[in-house]
Ligand binder design. Sequence first.
Ligand code: GLC
Length: 441
Amino acid sequence: MHRFSLVFVFFVMSISVGAQGKIPADAIRQKMQWFSEAKLGIFIHWGIYAVKGVDESWGFYNGKISWEDYMAQLQGFTASKYDPEAWASLIRESGAKYAVVTTKHHDGVALWDTKQKHYDVVDNSPAKRDLLTPLFAALRKRDVRVGAYFSLIDWSHPDYPQFLKGTDRYKASQDPARWKRFLDFYQAQIRELSVRFNPDLWWFDGDWEHSAEEWQAAGVRRMILERNPAAIINGRLQGYGDYATPEQNFPVTRPPEDWWELCMTINNNWGYQPSDTNWKTPYEVITIFADAISNGGNLLLDIGPKEDGTIPEPQVHVLQELGAWNKKHEEAVFGANAGLPQGHFYGPTTLSSDSTDLYLFLPGKVSGQIMLKGLLNAIESVTVVGTDQALTHKVVGKISWSPVPGIVYIPVPESVQDKYMSVLKLRLKGPLRLYRGKGGL
Ligand code: GLC
């Protein structure tokens, strides 16, 4: 979707959620509970594109490589060092509560032994085995929920209308019988995934090439929920999903959706590309993550393993550093909800569910006095999360006859700084109360 404009992203965010049919709102809330508490997921883009290190599927679609040369990568996809237990441990170590793996990308190559007549790595590559079963088992063993990325688009399928950019095979509306064959095929694959793996979450992609009616999106949603009423569906099913998925583009104002998830690459690409060394640093990933949760969202951070199944070292490093930081700051990250509306504090914030603990995240190695505006509560204590350090605070400019609260200043000594980002915990007297006015005006 990175080829579409920002406008499109906002469009997706504003319309792709909410087509819940007749399911009552509290039932949706209940099923979304684990997702809102999860905060962090790891996205895995693994496929034959890792062999030559080309753009996943888009490589041939955009004519950077011929379809034949692209598919020839099947011969080089070995999964020879694939260690699903090690993947799952690393994911668990990162602090992620769910993982979403590409069961099939737009190139049509399935990572499991699909019974449908089409490409899969079991029959068509030297990997010769179903790669999903052991991964899902390893993740579940570690209490990490499993998500299935599934591309609705299948540019390699002879009955799929679109093929290479500008060269469609046919138009769905002009050959309903052929389109119907494709619908039966792709829905049978979804049924297979559903029956065999029962994913906790479905991460559809590529819905933009057809309408909800053409995809039979309502029926797909129904089929999934019949098998598992608690399954969560992302917002790329033409209006039949549960949550929004802004991609690579960081919200500035807080998205109005109840649930959203920012999916983001760890360098510039989803799949493994040896030439792409533009790694985001642990600090960057941690601050982006904090910003997302501060605004009520999740982060789905992508890794792109090599064809042999090894995870490139810089990706391992980021996940481990993120994990160590998450561990230290667990209560502020996983035990908390979205924080203050913008304007009170210059940084991300979160709140305990009873809103008596306010967490202030301090990006950029802050030292000296930080400032917090509009807090009506008295502060009982200030501590540095993950340490036993207590800090003092001072209220400045409180006018006795005015309802406007003073400004809280907290001196942060350099000695308490975290390697990446310190977090302060303010224990409030009573649940959070804010002043949101314009001062004396
Ligand atoms: C886009 C791309 C796809 C990628 C996905 C991840 O939709 O088409 O290549 O897998 O984003 O969010």
